[in-house]
Design a protein around this ligand. Structure first.
Ligand SMILES: [Zn+2]
Length: 94
């Protein structure tokens, strides 16, 4: 997952606002972080954030989840490519 400051920057570039409250709420409490990133709660939390901070904040909450998942997949793909390359090299495949 990108660090929280990266999310401020991405929101700022997208909307002109950092939406720190939203990104800090998602990332800064280690005990609640997993629950707050749970995609099955996206409607419940999306509504809550919209009521508190407005529609654009809700959209940035949804995009934060998207950016985290995308980053996670990029890491996985990188690890996969490395594992496959290492294994082929181990077996002498060129
Ligand atoms: Zn996050």
């Amino acid at each position: 997952m990108p660090p929280v400051a990266k999310h401020f920057k991405t929101s700022s570039e997208r909307t002109g606002k950092e939406y720190r409250e939203v990104h800090e709420w998602l990332d800064n409490d280690p005990e609640k972080k997993a629950e707050r990133h749970d995609l099955t709660k996206i409607y419940e939390y999306g509504k809550m954030i919209e009521e508190k901070y407005g529609e654009e904040a809700r959209n940035e909450y949804i995009r934060h989840l998207h950016d985290d998942v995308k980053t996670k997949f990029e890491h996985l793909q990188h690890d996969l490519e490395k594992t496959i390359a290492d294994t082929l090299a181990y077996f002498g495949v060129k």
